[in-house]
Every structure is written in structure tokens, then in C-alpha cells.
Design a protein around this ligand. Structure first.
Ligand code: FMN
Ligand code: EPS
Length: 383
């Protein structure tokens, strides 16, 4: 079984990831992971924290000579900001009473987390609820991407909405691959410019924006996931993985919510067959998944992110200790983090797909898995 755990507070010394169950023999180098960490830090609309951090991974175990060993892979990403928080975040006794966070921010874990974990200082909740943790996920996801690339799988991730600005046309896979050149990771030039303006306007007003990103995956065989049980359906697993990203509030597969308004005759993908290539669909409204199983078409997954909840013009709240009406705490914050969230989304989708591959094909060394995958493709193409 493939799994990963992360640990680390936003302003603690570092983030830690342990990846367990990754096969041996996957080529992996630090630059490959760091490039993805840098991409997560980027994207127009980020706040001052990203000027402090320069995320770089340290590989503590599980990789030798540029290849995974099959043993647990332990990764560490240092928090540079730790130097400024040493005293406040110290594990030693002696709470800093005067520095407590007591004005819960609407839209954050501050209040429900404070109630649940019975904390006098809401910082004890927000430190771990912070999306800083997603850097650790991107590091784990990079290993999953390295694995998938060896199996001929490609991922393209792009932003399709920021606040009121939506991309008005369908972006094909190869064009989506180029989205990283845009400051908002959007492949459409005109929409990209309007997105930048929308973010600037929100910043000027002390406001924030959300949006939608899309992940396309090419090269998946039909047959990953299963219809036989609720927790084996790949659509459900992808949705869970994406929804677990802070601030993600909706996930769509294929045409998703729009399908609800269509007639059946306009909603489904007719089936065709080419000898020597196998079955195909004439359209891909299902986004590559039917019955919780990949159907051989490009996987299309979208996720909607709500606007960043920390506002420079804060919303009403109630002091956690005195119960007086106050305005919410203002922490330094991003104005828009949809491009960054898209990178995290890509990592999570890659992770779920890596799990699905291992479940279907098994194997402990990459070459063993590649052989099984190739045999399966031969079967699929020659049906
Ligand atoms: C990459 C990324 C960056 C984020 N940056 C901020 C931020 O700077 N300020 C903030 O208040 N929320 C930020 N968030 C959102 C909060 O972490 C999130 O809304 C909060 O943890 C509550 O979780 P929920 O929205 O899933 O309910 C960010 C989310 C992501 C994915
Ligand atoms: C640190 C990251 O994002 C943070 C996510 C975040 C939140 O509340 O989720 C709040 C901000 O933290 P800070 O208050 O330290 O500026 C963001 O910068 C990161 O993405 O690496």
C-alpha cells in the first residue's frame, strides 16, 4: 500500500513528509522535486511569506544514487520564517500570553479547531490548518509524478477561473501544458491578463479571490479504479484528495455540474472501435471516468477554491476569551492562491493515480511494473 504522512506547523522549524510503499528503481533527483515546490510558491497574488521562503527539499532516506530504494522516503522542507518565530513557536513551556490569537477568522479552522481541541490560543490550530502543509504534499506528489512519467502518463494543470474572470474556451492538453508560462498559470493569454487585473483590484480593496483549476491526465489505460465498492471508485478518491486541500470547496469530473442541466442524449460519450487501437469515445464529457473506472480517455478534473479567508478589511467575529464582538484577526496573507492550489491539486491527483496503478499492477521494482503495464496495454489495444 502506498501512503504518505506529513508533519509540521506553518511557523515551526520544518515540514516533514514520509512516503511509504513507493517501488524501487524510480529515477528521482532533488531538482525534480524542487521545481514543483518553486511552482507552488509562485503564481500571481501570493503574499509576503513567499518572499521569505525558498522551498527546497532535503532527502533523508529512501533514495540512493538517483533512484528510489523501495524503503520509506523521508523528506524535509525547512521553514525559513522559523527564525522569526522561534520564541513564539518554541516547544518549551511558557506560553506567550500577550501574543495569543483570540479573534477567530471566519472561513478558517480557528473557531471550530479551538472548540474541538480546547485551545486557549487559536494559533495552536491555525499553525497546522495553514496551507503551508501543502508544500509537503507537493514533495510527495513529485515522487508520484516521477513514477507516473515512467509509465507514460503526463499531467497538465492550468487555471480556468480567477474570481469573475473565466476562460471562455476549452483548452486542449498540449496548450494546457504551456500554462506555467503565465503568471497565473492560465493558458489563455487574454483571460490571463484579465485575471492579473482582477487580483490587483482585489488587493487594492483589501479583498481576496478564489477560482477554479483544471487537471488533465493523458496516457492512462482503461481499468484504473473499480466500480465494485464505494471506496474503490476512482472518481470518489480523486474528489476526496482534492477536497482535502485547504479552501477547495468543489470538485468536478468531466462536465460535472453542467451535465445536470443536459438531456441524456447530449450528456454521454458514444463508443467507437479501431482495430489494433481498441475502444474509444467520440467525445469526453465524462472526463475519462465511467463507473469509477478510467475509460482510456483523458482524465479531466476541476476544483473550485473559495476566496482566501484572511481579509485586510476583516469580517465580524467574537473574541474567543472575552466573548466581545470584534473584527477578525488580520495575519499577513495571500490575495489569491489559485495558481498555487493548482500545483497542489496536481500533486494530489498524481498521488491517487500512483496508488491506483500499484493496486492494479502491484510490483516492487519499476521494471516489474512497467512490464505488467505494457502487457496490459497490449491486451487493451488488441481486444
Ligand atoms: C496554496 C494555498 C495558500 C493559501 N494561503 C492562504 C493565506 O495566505 N491566507 C489565508 O487566510 N488562507 C490561505 N489559504 C486558505 C486556508 O488555508 C483555508 O481556507 C483554511 O485552512 C480553511 O480551510 P477550508 O477553507 O478548507 O475550510 C490558502 C490555501 C492554499 C491551498
Ligand atoms: C506559507 C504558505 O502559505 C500560507 C498559507 C496560509 C493559510 O492560512 O493557509 C497563510 C499564510 O501564512 P503566513 O501567515 O505565514 O503568511 C500563507 O503564506 C505556503 O503556501 O507555503
Amino acid at each position: 500500500m502506498l501512503r504518505f504522512l506529513t508533519a509540521g506547523e506553518s511557523h515551526g522549524p520544518s515540514l516533514v513528509t514520509i512516503v511509504e510503499g513507493m517501488p524501487a528503481g524510480i529515477p528521482l533527483n532533488i531538482e525534480f522535486i524542487n521545481a514543483r515546490l518553486a511552482r507552488r510558491q509562485g503564481g500571481y497574488g501570493r503574499g509576503e511569506r513567499m518572499a521569505i521562503e525558498k522551498d527546497e527539499v532535503e532527502i533523508l532516506s529512501g533514495v540512493r544514487g538517483g533512484f528510489t530504494l523501495g524503503s520509506p522516503i523521508a523528506l524535509r522542507i525547512a521553514n525559513r520564517d522559523w527564525a522569526n518565530w522561534r520564541e513564539i513557536m518554541s516547544p518549551a513551556p511558557g506560553a506567550k500570553e500577550d501574543r495569543r490569537v483570540t479573534r477567530p477568522r471566519p472561513g478558517h479552522a480557528d473557531l471550530p479547531g479551538g472548540i474541538k481541541y480546547a485551545q486557549g490560543d487559536l494559533r495552536n490550530v491555525l499553525e497546522r490548518a495553514s496551507a503551508r502543509e501543502t508544500a509537503a504534499r507537493v514533495a510527495a506528489g513529485a515522487i508520484a509524478i516521477a513514477f507516473l512519467e515512467c509509465l507514460g502518463v503526463e499531467l497538465a494543470t492550468h487555471v480556468v477561473r480567477i474570481g469573475p474572470v473565466q476562460v471562455k474556451r476549452e483548452i486542449p492538453f498540449d496548450e494546457a501544458l504551456g500554462a506555467t508560462a503565465s503568471p497565473v498559470y492560465c493558458a489563455d493569454e487574454e483571460a490571463s491578463r484579465s485575471m492579473l487585473e482582477a487580483i490587483d483590484e482585489a488587493r487594492e480593496k483589501g479583498d481576496t479571490l478564489g477560482g477554479i483549476f483544471e487537471i488533465l491526465v493523458r496516457g492512462l489505460p482503461p481499468g484504473l479504479g473499480s466500480h465494485v465498492h464505494w471506496d474503490r471508485r476512482l472518481d470518489g478518491r480523486l474528489a476526496q484528495a482534492l477536497m482535502s486541500i485547504p479552501a477547495i470547496k468543489g470538485v468536478e469530473i468531466g462536465e460535472g455540474f453542467a451535465l445536470a442541466a443536459k438531456r441524456g442524449s447530449e450528456a454521454h460519450d458514444e463508443i467507437g472501435f479501431t482495430p489494433g487501437k481498441g475502444f474509444f469515445h467520440y467525445s469526453n464529457r465524462a472526463g475519462g471516468l465511467e463507473g469509477g473506472i478510467t475509460n482510456g480517455e483523458i482524465l479531466i478534473v476541476r476544483a473550485a477554491m473559495k476566496p482566501i479567508p484572511t481579509l485586510r478589511q476583516p469580517l465580524r467575529s467574537v473574541d474567543w476569551i472575552t466573548k466581545e464582538e470584534v473584527v477578525a484577526a488580520v495575519e499577513r496573507s495571500d490575495v489569491c492562491a489559485v495558481p498555487a492550489a493548482a500545483v497542489v491539486g496536481e500533486a494530489m491527483v498524481a498521488w491517487v493515480l500512483a496508488c491506483a496503478y500499484l493496486e492494479k499492477f502491484g510490483g516492487d521494482h519499476l521494471e516489474e511494473i512497467k512490464k505488467r503495464v505494457k502487457e496490459y496495454w497490449d491486451y487493451v489495444r488488441n481486444l
